[in-house]
Design a protein around this ligand. Sequence first.
Ligand SMILES: Cc1cc2nc3c(=O)[nH]c(=O)nc-3n(C[C@H](O)[C@H](O)[C@H](O)COP(=O)(O)O)c2cc1C
Length: 376
Amino acid sequence: MLKTNQEGTLPPLTIKGKKLRYPIIQGGMGVGVSLYPLAQAVAREGGMGIVSSACLDRLVIKRTGKKVNAYEAAYTEVAQAKASGGYAGINIMCALARDYEDSVRGALDAGADAIISGAGLPLGLPAIQPAKDTALIPIVSSGRALELICKKWERLGARPDAVVLEGPLAGGHLGFRMDQADLAENRLENLLPEVKDAAKKFGDFPIIVAGGIYTHEDILRFLAMGADGVQMGTRFLATEESSATEAYKDAVVRATSEDIVLAHDPGSPCGLPFRVIRQSPMYVSAMQHKRKPKCDKGYVLLKDAEGKFTRCPAKESNEHHFCICNGLLSSAGYNSDVEEPLYTVGTNASRIQEIVTVKTLMQELTGAKTLSSTAK
Ligand SMILES: Cc1cc2nc3c(=O)[nH]c(=O)nc-3n(C[C@H](O)[C@H](O)[C@H](O)COP(=O)(O)O)c2cc1C
């Protein structure tokens, strides 16, 4: 069943003067799913590998036994992701307010090829520290959000080096309210024209589309529609190099389309819809209101009455929230013996049939090889 074509058929993608062999960015996957082993493998195969900064200090401490802070964790992980060549960067979510600036500084000092930032609007990102050769890439879900960011960045003397447009089929948090996620106008292909228009107004830069892209043909289709590249998460979650636990990967292979749901109430303390496999132990407990309110990590913080980032809704009540920090850390093998895991995936996880290597996946995505195993 293998159709081979050594080179593949995708064009390169240039971001801030750096030419990726393939227009494929492996999306940042927190907590602890995209760490340096995955990002390094993707970078080696000609895409861009992205580590996630979420709770990274704990994960690096566990791996190395050395005490590190958020700055040092971002620095170390980016440096290792780049160690065997190719391009690699980091995903830093605005929602992780406490560590945001330190993570950005660590990544910049380590020479990250890109900082990709969403889960909120990264309005102040260019002001933190000069970016030098690092591409600054916001994630948006509408042309309006991109315009807001560009206007603010213009006042800071900056412009996005590319933008990720993420549609409602993605894994992790969505940039849509529950009632917006299924609207035809919010399909990725329908959002692309407005985001292209917004990018053109501010000097034109590459547009990377994300959410529900699964096959080589999907990539070709979006390139033909005018995208410059794709960001993919779920396919890379299901690789040998991703740092998800075996139980997480098994749950992905077993998941059917009915098993993949948008959690909202109870949902993430960020308040954004969050896509999960409904059998995830933490989600099951949350639905049954079994779990005691608990947040002893404090990465996801909201502003208090004085405008300071001190509150985590998951600490206050279990009525409407589960604790994503503990759930996702557990899914990456941290405290798995005491915490219930929470498995986040994109809609297309139901199509995954087996765990493959990054090399095999990249051969399929670039059109160099067709796998027989990926269509359920
Ligand atoms: C397991 C998982 C974790 C994710 N974590 C993050 C994250 O921490 N920050 C972020 O901006 N996006 C996150 N995403 C979104 C991905 O980076 C990517 O944009 C998205 O998954 C693309 O959709 P796809 O999964 O259909 O390919 C996550 C996705 C998955 C599947």
